[in-house]
Design a protein around this ligand. Structure first.
Ligand SMILES: NC(=O)c1ccc[n+]([C@@H]2O[C@H](COP(=O)([O-])OP(=O)(O)OC[C@H]3O[C@@H](n4cnc5c(N)ncnc54)[C@H](OP(=O)(O)O)[C@@H]3O)[C@@H](O)[C@H]2O)c1
Length: 333
């Protein structure tokens, strides 16, 4: 990425091979997942949180083979097949070689090839951390997950079902069969129906859409419900807990989320915006589910590496069903 702005700032170029420092792995990248955060970062929408020194190598998740390990690496060795959500401060997954901290990596699920493995980390960690850690989703609860057919949604539906919840989601007719196959109990066609006229009595929601969808979620919830969004407005806890920042950013987020928090309070509900975090331990948990065939990875499209710009544009159009992945030369199993 050569600058903040549009696709013209995504450039295929030569870059020096990075060097693994203490605790880090140098990974030969075989595939990299694409996420909305990639084009949002390029557009400068996250500058308030993190500003990159340019040019910077884009890309937030990968699968590949450990090429070398830095000092004090204990958990991995050369030739291990790994997958990871890379460090947010550095990115770097859209490259032949990338750096991953050993605490952020896990061994790839044996059942997956490189392209499928690269589709897992960011979206599946987001779903897991939202459902398990923030919502503490319990057996028998009723959860609403708007936006179920995309990268995060396809993992979130399956994990929520695994935790024993009743799941309602929204999808257009293009995604309906997919979300039903993944286990959704109720599907509202968001292109034709208003979900707040169809649903009621939900214990919690995981919002993957934001905007008007989040604004309309409150009437369907029970008093005392908890809403976690990854697509709405950050709130003060986002600054403190997820970003490790102070009261300046928290005050900005307080203001940005005021309307949403007021709507929550009127319903006797609580609102939290989550930024997911990299975690090798959580990836190990997900890999075990995948290997036991208890979690399916849904791939929409695989693009060759030299079509990164086209792949980003495809995801930016907002209609992917599951995940979109870039394949490098070594991606063939
Ligand atoms: N805070 C975090 O840590 C974090 C982490 C991951 C993702 N996110 C955010 O979460 C959001 C979802 O990410 P993602 O990777 O799942 O995106 P995605 O894969 O691009 O989502 C695409 C899907 O969303 C569906 N969709 C679009 N508009 C919708 C609507 N109004 N109602 C219901 N479904 C709708 C589309 O269905 P149709 O084609 O049928 O329209 C498509 O299947 C993004 O805003 C992303 O930036 C945040």
């Amino acid at each position: 990425m050569t600058g903040y702005g549009g696709p013209e700032h995504t450039v295929l170029t030569d870059a020096p091979t990075p060097v693994a420092r203490a605790g880090e792995l140098l990974v030969r990248v075989c595939a990299a997942g694409i996420n909305p955060v990639d084009f949002k970062t390029r557009a400068g929408k996250l500058k308030i949180i993190r500003k990159y020194r340019l040019p910077v190598v884009m890309g937030n998740e990968l699968s590949g083979v450990v090429e070398a390990v830095g000092p004090s690496v204990t958990r991995f060795a050369k030739n291990d097949r790994v997958f990871a959500r890379v460090d947010k401060d550095f990115m770097g997954a859209f490259a032949e070689y990338a750096i991953v901290h050993q605490d952020h990596a896990a061994r790839m699920p044996a059942a997956l090839d490189f392209t499928a493995a690269a589709a897992v980390p960011l979206a599946a960690l987001t779903a897991l951390q939202a459902l398990r850690d923030e919502l503490q989703l319990a057996h028998g609860q009723r959860i609403f997950i708007p936006g179920g057919a995309g990268g995060v949604g396809t993992f979130a539906i399956q994990l929520a079902k695994r935790f024993g919840a009743h799941v309602a989601t929204t999808a257009s007719p293009r995604g309906e069969a997919l979300v039903k196959r993944l286990g959704a109990d109720v599907v509202v066609d968001y292109s034709r129906e208003r979900f707040e006229e169809k649903l009621s009595g939900y214990d919690c929601a995981l919002d993957l859409v934001g905007g008007d969808t989040l604004a309309r979620v409150w009437p369907i919830l029970k008093p005392g419900a908890h809403v976690v969004s990854v697509a709405g407005m950050p709130e003060p806890m986002t600054a403190y807990k997820d970003l490790g920042r102070g009261s300046g950013l928290a005050a900005l987020f307080w203001l940005a989320s005021l309307k949403t928090r007021r709507a929550a309070a009127r319903r006797g509900a609580s609102y939290r915006y989550l930024f997911m975090h990299p975690s090798g331990a959580d990836l190990e948990y997900l890999a075990a589910l995948i290997d036991k065939k208890q979690l399916e990875v849904v791939i929409d499209r695989i693009f060759p590496f030299d079509q990164a710009k086209e792949a980003l544009a495809y995801v930016e159009r907002g209609h992917a069903k599951g995940k979109v992945v870039l394949a490098l030369d070594g991606a063939v199993p």
